[in-house]
Unconditional design. Sequence first.
Length: 102
Amino acid sequence: MLSRTGRRWAAPGPTPRSRPTRSACSSERSPGSRITSTHLAFGAGPHHCLGHRPARSELRIGLKTLFEKFPGLRPVVPPERVRMRTTSAVYGVHALPVTWGG
């Protein structure tokens, strides 16, 4: 969402009543446990993104076309070495080195 000044603003998060009683940094949480969230960015509740279906269709068609045009396309690194973005509003990878060949 853009403000009147053109600056990007994050979408609203969960309401106080939907938050867990313990914080994400709580020492009471066991290692490796996850907190589930109904944050707007995940497309939950009444704020579900209207564009999620067209975006998924575009992605499905784009990937299908990519693999049809380049049937030998393969990742260079194993999946566990692919670094994901953690500080961006857009989910994705930093880089995905690939090779294509017979």
